[in-house]
Write a protein that binds this ligand. Structure first.
Ligand SMILES: *[C@@H]1O[C@H](CO)[C@@H](O)[C@H](O)[C@H]1NC(C)=O
Ligand SMILES: *[C@@H]1O[C@H](CO)[C@@H](O)[C@H](O)[C@H]1NC(C)=O
Ligand SMILES: *[C@@H]1O[C@H](CO)[C@@H](O)[C@H](O)[C@H]1NC(C)=O
Ligand SMILES: *[C@@H]1O[C@H](CO)[C@@H](O)[C@H](O)[C@H]1NC(C)=O
Length: 335
């Protein structure tokens, strides 16, 4: 009964940039959902007595544009020729943002969207950096700063909560694909409840320690199969699933000889291909929507990384907002 209550539909109103933007089915885990709404321009929406039906420019067709962000040097950023410390800012082109309704979510909007939800992010250090971005959005700055040392404790799991909104965020240290498969096949299968949002991603450790794209592909196929079987036995709406892609690697900046020897553009390309063709992603029969870290890290560029592999917070902030906007779109579509 306690669980059943979680799946009732409720209206939610999101405030983007302080302005009433759109009302949508609330709580990404709640079902049934309201009928699809269009994402009209703010002004026209406010003039409408009722939401109009979905137009061609909204909804699922917009998902494909989520990664079209551009990067610029942040205003006031140090640009004195020192090479480092040059902050980069990301944005969606205004026309795209307005046509598709993409927006950065404020702390209040994000916590409303995720109200009552459990977000699990499992993987390697890229996954950890995504969790950090999420905590920086959801928590106040002091609380996010306090969480950081715990989150970055080497090779361990971490859980944060936003009690006011009943939101839990879990980071699960799972650097290898076998760790992810185990999570799906054993830990989550036995859990009393599943996460509402599940983000998985790995590959860097495999590239460093195994260095074999075909074997990575086999391991990915197991992850994909485990995700599918988890979804198929669920009586409830399945989690929203995202795959966190590999970052762009700047080979000469990598900080060990082994990394420089095993992790280069050729390998990343071969590993990316496996993600594309092993049934992980939707469109390939899989369960996951790709969060294209490769594209975003490349867009931010070399000045956004100190070690050629881990990038500045802005990159993961972009990854997170792309994920949240995908959730907004999906929550409008689950009817
Ligand atoms: C450039 O700016 C950075 C950050 O403000 C500062 O640390 C660095 O010393 C400056 N370098 C030069 C050459 O002025
Ligand atoms: C948030 O979720 C809780 C249950 O988890 C619910 O009681 C509450 O009404 C929700 N708040 C909003 C604003 O949707
Ligand atoms: C992840 O998998 C590796 C290889 O199978 C194993 O050695 C390691 O203990 C696992 N780590 C966790 C956290 O489960
Ligand atoms: C990239 O790394 C792989 C694996 O170590 C190696 O076989 C290949 O020669 C490297 N390619 C380049 C262009 O460095």
């Amino acid at each position: 009964m306690g669980l059943a209550g979680r799946h009732l539909s409720r209206n939610k109103v999101l405030f983007f940039s302080g302005a009433l933007f759109i009302s949508l089915a609330v709580g990404i885990h709640l079902s049934p959902y309201l009928p699809s709404l269009s994402l009209p321009h703010l002004a026209s929406f406010l003039l409408l007595p009722h939401p109009v039906s979905a137009s061609a420019s909204s909804g699922s067709s917009c998902v494909q544009f989520l990664h079209r962000v551009s990067w610029s040097n942040a205003a006031g950023a140090a640009d004195n020729g020192s090479g480092g410390g040059k902050a980069r800012a990301w944005s969606w082109p205004p026309s795209l943002a307005s046509a598709c309704g993409f927006a950065r979510l404020s702390r209040d909007d994000a916590s409303l969207l995720l109200n009552g939800s459990w977000v699990m992010v499992a993987g390697d250090s890229q996954a950890r950096l995504l969790v950090l971005a999420l905590l920086r959005l959801l928590l106040d700055p002091a609380a996010a700063a306090a969480a950081e040392p715990e989150l970055f404790r080497r090779h361990s799991d971490y859980r944060a909560a936003v009690p006011a909104r009943d939101i839990s965020v879990d980071f699960v240290w799972a650097p290898f694909e076998s760790n992810l498969t185990r999570l799906l096949r054993e830990d989550l299968r036995l859990a009393p409840r599943l996460p509402d949002v599940l983000v998985l991603g790995s590959g860097l450790w495999h590239m460093l320690h195994v260095t074999d794209a075909a074997s990575y592909g086999d391991a990915l196929a197991s992850v994909a199969g485990a995700a599918k079987s988890l979804r198929s036995q669920l009586p409830e709406p399945p989690p929203h699933m995202f795959w966190l892609g590999l970052p762009h690697l700047v080979n000469h900046m990598l900080n060990t000889d082994a990394k420089r020897a095993h992790m280069n553009g050729t390998m990343v390309h071969a590993y990316d291909r496996e993600v594309d063709r092993r049934g992980v992603l939707r469109g390939e029969g899989g369960s996951f929507l790709l969060l294209d870290v490769g594209k975003l890290t490349q867009g931010c560029g070399q000045q956004c990384t100190a070690d050629g592999m881990h990038y500045d917070g802005d990159v993961y902030d972009a990854v997170m907002h792309i994920m949240l906007n995908a959730l907004v779109i999906e929550s409008q579509q689950r009817i």
